[in-house]
Design a protein around this ligand. Sequence first.
Ligand SMILES: C[S@@+](CC[C@H](N)C(=O)[O-])C[C@H]1O[C@@H](n2cnc3c(N)ncnc32)[C@H](O)[C@@H]1O
Length: 274
Amino acid sequence: MEYSKTIAKTRDYYNSDNMMNFHSFIYGENIHIGLYTHGHESIAEANLNALDMITSLLTLSPSTVILDLGSGYGGTARYLTQKFGCRVDCVNLSETQNELNRQLNKKLGLESLIQVIDGSFEAIPTTSNIYDIVWSQDALLYSSDRLKVFQEVSRVLKKKGEFILTDVMQSDNCPVEVSKPILATVDITSLASIKSYQKIAKDTGFEEIQIIAMPEQLTNQYQKTLSVMDQNYDELAKSCDQEFLEYQRVRLNKWVKTGKQGYLNWGILHFRKF
Ligand SMILES: C[S@@+](CC[C@H](N)C(=O)[O-])C[C@H]1O[C@@H](n2cnc3c(N)ncnc32)[C@H](O)[C@@H]1O
């Protein structure tokens, strides 16, 4: 598949052995932001808390057809099919992650409920008006054209279908001199803010159902990642290059610092197509 330079860079990043090994060691099958209530949760528990909270905002049944955009290893899809019996299509850029997703689904006998599609959320490779819900967790930060993503989501959703997403965002008042250096640590062209998502949603024919901002969970997750990394550095270094681990450490520390200054945001955004 032909991708733009930015998308191709993200794809290489997620396809790399370093990234796969890092994820498998630290996060497991869910690589999104978790929810911490007392701070002693493991990353895996916090990540499941996030899935529990998002699903508590939806009405799900075996007849619900969901599209997960930027689906990673498919942890969300397996959670949704196993807990609610939903059918889930996963669209994801990284072919390596997708292959693992398919293998894990096969192992659990879930292949008939979960379809894994190689592709980009900026050009969703499915037909129109077929989904009850479009779901996306912490993936749209990689988009350089979120308007296009919302237009695509609107196209594939049924009338009155819902779009629920979480994303790593900047605060509405984040100055460019603050966002620029942290974006330079990753191949991301810009971060959305809650305000920018509200505008895009309005412009593309969505009404707002609910927005729950929880910026503290972003710093919680990145701090937890740093501490698990530190506690297991020697073990991690057996499967990840030291240069890669150092890069992750610098990147995460910068994001934690900026988050603590109040310039980042994270939360759940829930919209309905008119
Ligand atoms: C932080 S991970 C989140 C994965 C998953 N949503 C989860 O909760 O475990 C971001 C994901 O976005 C995917 N991604 C990035 N850019 C994409 C694009 N243009 N189209 C589809 N997927 C993309 C990556 O492959 C990666 O799996």
